[in-house]
Design a protein. Structure first.
Lengths: 158, 844
């Protein structure tokens, strides 16, 4: 998780999100519902976004999990920066999951339209922003990441 | 969806708008500073209540009633105590004496029926979700497991969920009270009966404000850490109101107020749902006291849908009297407001807040309002974003559209003929409020130009003419609201249990940096950023040099917290005034340091100068250090550069605006799609335009959600059918359009910053704009109303009934989530009477 190897014996029923929060103390991933609708607990598992309330900890055995706490690598990820500059958060509770879902979205589609961003993020609910600035932030991050890719020719970030 | 204006362009329009003052480059106020709050939020370093842990922490789980109304004949927690990891378990009777009764702070009338509200039910449960017992265990899984072992015997009692049935008193929610009518609150001004009897046109309607679930993204949570030996307690809660909570916990449990410290750490949204004193907060405190160990409780979302307050749920019977040429004369409102099973903190006051807003921005000669509060076997209602004012605004703005249709007049023209003209401010309305400022003409002109009102009307006519299966509707909402709660004197006259002041402290630190302490309690609004801007300007220090402390009764001991769009207009103004006090004291020190008379000292941009000798100068940071050293201060001066200020506002704040919505309705499927949404809001002077725009966006989303998506549905047995996020449709990014938002700027005259509230404006304004648009799209097909939420099925059914005179989806139709809506009667009762065309016009 976030670059560190953890070995634990867990109850079979333990949810990944509770393992992250309660066992590892990585509380950057919040819980917003109990029906996997809201997406607040979204993390990346082997690079793909998953709702960590819908994954058992044992299912993540051997996987690489990235939470919001591990996304920044010395400097903020362009998506974190874009959420800040475009005022894409208010209370911030949905933000970790929203950012990670958006990172995954851009991995699959580096230059999405607004419509594609809206549909790509429909599994993550925000009650504060009305989504407009989130869409704008994802667009901004996409442009910034594509510029970085162009400049470094390195094949992009996480 | 077409024609989405680029959001960056909108921001540019806001910046360039000639109605707005250009920001002064040397000042912080008016600039779109990025938020100081964001760093921790985008990196996951946030301190939500559920993140808090400590040695020996126990987890509490709450057993809730599965029945809407029943007598509890037996509760046995003993089997739960046998479960692994369980430390304690309690039923209501055991804790009753310590738990007390949950408070209602707003007895709206002297006669109001105010039932006991035990945090843990003792003898009877009155809604699904009523707390019955608690289990405390070493981890949350063990606590949840053990709940299943608690044995409860219920004897079912009759259930009433419908307000009109409840008012027959055939089934009583509180049998000892003898009635389900909680209160009747009347208001009357002008010659209502005469005006209605003589009016050329009267339009009567019934509107249903469906029940909503606020759904802040962070579920509620509470942690209590006791110091048992000293009987002192620290309580963290996901609350909007740490100060009110502290007082109420003391009054409810008998623990002395000074022994309780309440902290609202990072709080993930509230929208009114965390403006309360909840059972679990009291129970966790009492259980922690009993056990002498820290206790945590966090609700699951489904649990919260039952146990956290709901909003709206009103039946509005409204009538408007007017002349044939379109001048409104009189307004009548008969309101029924669902309290749910108990009164929470301000439950009865919510519809009363609306009472003053039904006349909206229009000049009426007479107004009659009456509200009946009604108990039902449902989750209690209370404040939800707008709190009474969205309901009032919906009614008047829908009614203006209906009157326009009756008169054959453009609905915008009808509004222009009746609103308060700019030159008549300040204006005292028929409801007794004095609107200090407003400019409805400017906001409307700007909005209609951006919206292309005439062009869309043209397209609407074309679509109607060619019988296009996709029809276009245009919805208008020219709203105002009262917010910034509130002058203490007015709250007193409304029987509210507290004042409406707000406190701030400003402390200059030895290094010249600044600590602002505020009594507001932000949970997403950006107070830290905005209060920094206000203090930076008043003190002439850099924005980055200011920090803001809040949400902890130890560090911010005085406060009335955050709700009712009050934080800026009361709390922000208090910061400004406290900073001015610091400057005045610093001026005396500077005069002493510069050996000049105090009256000769000028202050600008953080520097004190002697008039006529600009080279003789001391910065406020110089002064701050000198005060800290205290080596050479004026005789008798205390060596601090701190100040406190408490603001009690002289009036409410009256933001207003014009919202225009274009909706495409597919007449074959009933699907409504917002094509464009333009709003021009006037929230007075703006501290941070980026944050204001964000508040408007979020407000619009929640108002649109009421119009199109959300409804809390109960079945006849009192089960919350929309009990999870699967069934209750909180809109996603894919469900909402881009908004085109702009502003006019008419400064408030009631505070020195010229600011008005903004948190609720978007929600209050948008619901009627959207529904007016949906109805407008299909009015020519015989539809005069569609009950909210305007789901495809409801719209489709209204269209099927339209030609035969029906105007609302039939009772029992389904909402989006597939849930049956059996709670509130729709249907008959809407009448339009046009004197001279209807021979029975008098018999209404």
């Amino acid at each position: 998780v976030d670059g560190t190897n953890y070995e634990d014996e867990v109850e079979p029923r333990l949810l990944l999100v509770h393992y992250l929060r309660d066992s590892l103390g990585l509380v950057g991933t919040p819980i917003g519902c109990d029906t996997s609708n809201c997406g607040a607990c979204t993390v990346l598992m082997d690079g793909q976004s998953v709702k960590s309330c819908s994954v058992l900890a044992v299912q993540a055995d051997g996987s690489e999990v990235t939470t919001i706490s591990g996304l920044a690598n010395g400097t903020w990820h362009p998506m974190q920066t874009a959420f800040h500059t475009e005022h894409a958060l208010q209370c911030g509770y949905c933000t970790p999951g929203m950012i990670l879902a958006a990172v995954d979205l851009l991995q699959e589609n580096p230059t999405p339209s607004d419509e594609e961003i809206r549909h790509g993020l429909e599994g993550n609910l925000c009650r504060c922003t009305g989504y407009q600035n989130i869409v704008r932030a994802v667009r901004t991050a996409a442009a910034s990441m594509s510029a970085t890719r162009g400049a470094s020719n390195s094949g992009g970030q996480l | 969806m077409t024609e989405q204006l680029d959001a960056g362009m909108v921001a540019q329009q806001i910046a360039e708008s000639d109605e707005q003052s250009a920001p002064d480059a040397s000042r912080s106020i008016g600039k779109a500073h990025k938020r100081k709050e964001d760093a921790k939020l985008v990196t996951g370093q946030t301190n939500w209540t559920d993140n808090i842990t400590m040695p020996g922490l126990l987890h509490m789980a709450v057993l809730r009633s599965p029945m809407a109304h029943a007598r509890i004949s037996r509760v046995d927690v003993a089997p739960a105590l046998e479960m692994p990891g369980v430390v304690a378990a309690f039923a209501g009777a055991e804790l009753a004496a310590e738990l007390g009764s949950l408070p209602c702070a707003w007895p709206v009338t002297k006669e109001m029926v105010s039932p006991e509200h035990h945090p843990l039910a003792t003898d009877e449960v009155r809604y699904v979700g009523d707390a019955v017992a608690v289990v405390v265990a070493r981890d949350r899984y063990a606590a949840a497991d053990a709940l299943e072992a608690v044995e409860v015997d219920y004897e079912p009692l009759p259930v009433v969920v419908d307000m009109e049935k409840a008012l027959t008193d055939e089934v009583l929610v509180h049998s000892d009270k003898g009635t389900n009518a909680c209160f009747v609150w009347p208001f009357e001004a002008g010659e209502v009966d005469r005006i209605f009897a003589d009016a050329e046109v009267v339009v009567e309607r019934r509107y249903i404000q469906q029940r909503l679930i606020p759904t802040a993204m962070e579920p509620r949570a509470v942690v209590v850490a006791p110091i048992a030996a000293a009987e002192e307690f620290t309580l963290w809660s996901a609350t909007q109101v740490p100060h009110i909570l502290r007082i109420m916990l003391a009054l409810t449990t008998g623990i002395p107020e000074q022994k309780i410290r309440v902290i609202a750490p990072d709080v993930g949204g509230g929208f009114g749902s965390k403006l309360n004193v909840y059972a679990e907060e009291v129970i966790a405190l009492v259980v922690a006291k009993r056990l002498g160990r820290p206790v945590k409780w966090t609700e699951s979302r489904s649990e919260g849908y039952q146990a956290t307050i709901h909003g709206r749920d009103q039946i509005q019977d409204v009538a408007i009297a007017a002349t044939r040429d379109g001048r409104v004369l009189g307004l009548k409102v008969d309101l029924k407001a669902d309290m749910g099973a108990y009164l929470q903190l301000v439950t009865p006051g919510i519809p009363i807040l609306g009472a003053f807003m039904y006349p909206g921005i229009y000049k009426f000669d007479a107004y009659r309002f009456s509200c009946t509060g009604v108990f039902t076997n449902k989750t209690p209602t209370d404040a939800y974003r707008g709190a009474g004012r969205p309901e009032a605004t919906f009614a008047i703005e829908r009614l203006m559209d209906e009157l326009a249709a009756e008169l054959g007049m453009d609905p915008l023209e009808l509004r222009r003929r009746n609103w308060i003209p700019h030159e008549e401010f300040p204006y005292t309305t028929i409801a007794g409020l004095t609107y200090d400022s407003g400019h409805y003409e400017a906001a409307t002109d700007k909005a209609t130009a951006m919206f292309d009102y005439e062009g869309l009307r043209r397209e609407q006519r074309e679509r109607r003419d060619r019988g296009d299966p996709v029809q276009l509707g245009i919805g208008i909402s020219t709203f105002t609201e009262m917010c910034g709660l509130a002058p203490s004197r007015v709250l007193g006259s409304l029987s509210y249990g507290a004042g409406g002041w707000e406190a701030a402290s400003v402390r200059m630190l030895p290094t010249g940096k600044v600590e602002v302490v505020t009594g507001t309690s932000p949970h997403g609004q950006g107070h830290v950023t905005c209060w920094s801007q206000i203090a930076a300007d008043a003190l002439g220090v850099p924005f980055d040099d200011v920090t803001v402390l809040h949400g902890d009764t130890a560090s911010a001991p005085m406060g009335m917290d955050t709700y009712g769009s009050r934080s800026l207009v009361v709390g922000g103004v208090a910061v400004h005034k406290a900073a001015e006090k610091v400057v005045e004291k610093a001026r005396r020190v500077a005069a002493h340091m510069l050996e000049a008379a105090e009256g000769d000292i000028e202050f600008d941009g953080g520097t004190f100068r002697v008039k006529g000798s600009p080279e003789a100068a001391k910065t406020i940071q110089d002064v701050s250090l000198a005060v800290f050293a205290a080596h050479d201060l004026p005789d008798g001066m205390e060596p601090t550069l701190n100040s406190d200020f408490v603001v009690d506002p002289e009036n409410f704040s009256f933001p207003h605006g014009t919202h225009l919505c274009a909706v495409e309705v597919d007449t074959e499927t009933g699907m409504s799609t917002i094509r464009s949404y333009v709003c021009v809001d006037d929230v007075g002077k703006v501290i941070n335009p980026m944050i204001v725009e964000g508040q408007v966006h979020g407000g619009l989303a929640q108002g649109i959600a009421q119009a199109l998506f959300e409804e809390a549905v109960y079945d006849a047995e009192g089960n919350l059918v929309t009990g999870t996020m699967v069934d209750y449709l909180v809109p996603s990014a894919a469900d909402l359009p881009d908004f085109t938002v702009d502003r006019t700027e008419t400064p408030a005259t009631s505070n020195p910053l010229g600011v008005k509230g903004v948190g609720e404006a978007g929600t209050i304004a948008s619901t009627p704009a959207v529904v007016n648009a949906v109805v407008d799209a299909v009015r020519h097909l015989g539809v005069t109303d569609i009950r909210m939420p305007c789901s495809p099925e409801r719209v489709w059914r209204a269209l099927q009934d339209g030609s035969t005179g029906g105007h609302r989806a039939a009772e029992g139709t389904v909402a989006w989530g597939g849930a049956s809506t059996a709670t509130t009667a729709g249907g008959a009762g809407d009448t339009t009477t046009a004197r001279g065309t209807d021979p029975n016009g008098g018999a209404r």
